[in-house]
Design a protein around this ligand. Structure first.
Ligand code: TXE
Length: 456
């Protein structure tokens, strides 16, 4: 499989791809190795994750460069992702023992009856991962999965394969047996072959379209499934905000990682009283973004990772304009080697347009004027997705009222585009099934066993 640099289309590397036979053999090895891994004391498993953490620090610059070369992320953002990984790992290290420990929930001296709950690992899990934050999205799954005693068959996205192989090497060097964390190299075909193995759980991050296929395959196998899919994340800006602060914060939320974040701001609704001033400030922020070589320290907008997405973005602009939208910045593919799209801002948009309904997952945003909170909430909920939603206002009560009406897994007040290891990360509707992160995101890799004990 050729790994291309999305910024230049140069071949970065060629890697051997797994096929049905090698995937079957990898599954068999993982199945055989998992019981011994689960039998290790928890502390031993935690030590390997500490070793992995130390290696991500020691290799930070190499890892960041590989990530930038293979998916086009600006180098400073690649380093940010590696730095942010540490806090995620620390959360899992700190919380695992309390989540995984056996619980005695009832005891009755008279009847000598005792009730307990233990948390057993699922067994062998398939982790089919994504490219936009391969360290974050990956570690959300394989770190707690390994700590809980599972073996992991890990298929990085074909757009982040080298990163996936770095992750495997660091975990193995840190003491995770080669058959307990097993990388599977390839694209959709390898993913589909992996799902034909009798795994005990499928943890997937990617598009709704593929997620639906993955969910169906897992369902047929009665395997536990967790799907983190796309989103069309809205933010509503009330008339009482500091316009500059809100505009620059939201410009960052919409364009960081070249707009390729699951929780990127994908739609902005602005109260009519400040709409024009907000748009002017927002466009000024976007014009300040430097698009260029992702390896350059001053670059903020990198290459679009997936070539097909360029046409998706162009179609959204053409569709919006046909229906009356105005372009205030950018608006098209950049004619240059590599996958480049100008950071684009559209106004006079509405929900007839694809740019306000379908996930963009690129450097484009539509801003729509609204008359009041009622209209804003109705528009925010007018979507098949439900990953995150935000509101900017000085008024805490007003924010709480709005955010409790919005249908999404996460909500933001005066912030956006952030994920915390302490909070459950989940979506409703087309944004997926199940939870990662928080203590829920550790427990999800186990199944509870109920113990009814009567000492004689
Ligand atoms: O997703 P795909 P991609 C969403 C976002 C983006 C879209 C495309 O909407 O536009 O995904 O990104 C594997 N059986 N997000 O191409 O195609 C594939 O090899 C089994 C949001 O990454 O869904 C890859 O490893 N596996 C998300 C993974 O599925 C299959 C982050 C995802 O690929 C398969 C990234 C099959 N039939 C993308 N077909 C977020 N929420 O952060 C493909 N795969």
């Amino acid at each position: 499989m050729k790994i291309l640099n999305p910024a230049t289309h140069a071949v970065v590397a060629e890697v051997a791809e797994d096929g049905a036979t090698s995937i079957r053999a990898k599954y068999a090895r993982a199945r055989a190795a998992q019981p011994a891994w689960a039998a290790l004391p928890l502390g031993k498993r935690l030590d390997t994750i500490r070793g992995f953490r130390a290696r991500t620090i020691a290799m930070r610059d190499t890892l960041a460069k590989t990530l930038t070369l293979e998916m086009g992320k600006p180098i400073r953002q690649s380093r940010n992702e590696l730095d942010g990984l540490l806090g995620r790992i620390d959360f899992f290290l700190a919380e695992a023992s309390s989540v995984l420990r056996d619980e005695k929930v009832f005891a009755d001296a008279k009847t000598k009856l005792e009730e307990r709950i233990s948390h057993e690992p699922l067994g062998v899990v398939a982790n089919i991962s994504a490219w936009n934050y391969p360290y974050f999205v990956g570690a959300n799954v394989f770190v707690p999965a390994l700590i809980a005693g599972n073996a992991v068959l890990y298929k990085p996205s074909e757009y982040a394969t080298l990163t996936g192989l770095h992750i495997a090497a660091m975990l193995h060097e840190a003491g995770v047996p080669a058959d307990v964390f097993v990388p599977v190299v390839g694209g959709g075909k390898a993913g589909a072959a992996l799902l034909r193995q009798p795994v005990d759980g499928v943890f997937f991050t990617g598009s709704f379209a593929t997620g639906a296929k993955v969910g169906a395959a897992a369902g047929r196998r009665m395997a536990k499934v967790q799907l983190e899919l796309g989103g069309k994340d809205p933010v509503y800006v009330c008339e009482d905000v500091d316009i500059e602060t809100a505009a620059s914060g939201l410009a960052d939320g919409a364009f960081y990682n070249t707009g390729q974040s699951c929780c990127s701001v994908e739609r902005i609704y602005v109260h009519e009283k400040i709409h024009d001033a907000f748009v002017a400030a927002f466009v000024a922020s976007v014009r300040g973004f430097k698009r260029g070589d992702p390896l350059d320290e001053s670059t903020y907008i990198g290459a679009v990772t997936r070539r097909p997405q360029l046409d998706v973005l162009r179609k959204q602009v053409v569709d919006a304009r046909k229906k009356g939208a105005r372009i205030l910045a950018g608006g098209d593919i950049v004619n240059a080697k590599g996958n480049w799209f100008e950071p684009t801002v559209l106004v006079d948009v509405d929900h007839r347009m694809s740019v306000m309904k379908d996930e963009s997952f690129g450097p484009i945003i539509g801003i729509q004027k609204v008359a009041d909170d009622v209209e804003a909430v109705a528009l925010m909920n007018d979507t098949a997705y439900g990953l995150t939603a935000g509101v900017y206002t000085r008024d805490a009560k007003r924010a709480k009222k709005i955010l409790s009406q919005v249908r999404s897994g996460s909500v933001y007040w005066n912030c956006c585009d952030r994920v915390s290891p302490r909070l459950p990360w989940s979506g409703v509707g087309h944004s997926g099934i199940g939870v990662t992160l928080s203590t829920y995101g550790i427990q999800t890799f186990t199944r509870p066993k109920a113990w009814h004990l009567r000492a004689t």
